[in-house]
Design a protein. Sequence first.
Length: 227
Amino acid sequence: MWLTSSSVGRKLIMSISGLFLIMFLAFHMSMNLVAIVSSEAYNAVCGFLGSNWYAVAGTAVLAAGVFVHFAYAIMLTLQNRKARGEQRYAVSENQKSVEWSSQNMFVLGAIVIIGLAIHLSHFWAHMMLPELAGNEELLLTADGTTYAATDGAGLISYTFKNPINVVLYVIWLVALWFHLTHGMWSAIQTIGWNNKIWMCRWKLISNIFATVVCFGFMAVVVYGYFA
């Protein structure tokens, strides 16, 4: 099947899965910003999602999207390196003009995946996972303080009171910003939704979107640190 056997098909699958993940990022960022406005409202959202079947199904679909996106990124990276051979060690004038994020998409993606794993260990492992296991409260702090699985606002404050976590999340979000600024318009170009006029517009839209999303997440990190 050409979708999996050809480089064009693989790029198309990676682009579609990437755009799906971009939509999720926009939703997740918007949901997290509720915590800054009202802890009660944010916890209500967390309680609504919880471990209900639609949340579990959504998590499974999201996990599949991440796996597909990263798996095809690995395949395309290995394919490109094999095709270039020894030429990958030579730096031409054209390569110098290519934006930095474009040349380092795989490394940026790897940092994003590592950051995602840290994020899951901080929140998913203390929220949806305990609910699925039938544990409504989870001991988190050395002084014996417990947080309900639906107390997302409390978990935000607890997690980001640690400055090491703040630094890790900032690094993660900076890598995500670079990944999105190139990945979004590149995915749209692969799908074919571009022309000479709209290419520049899509690049601008990608920069704006990446900035809004990453600064939105950073705002929650800063809020958690000072809350």
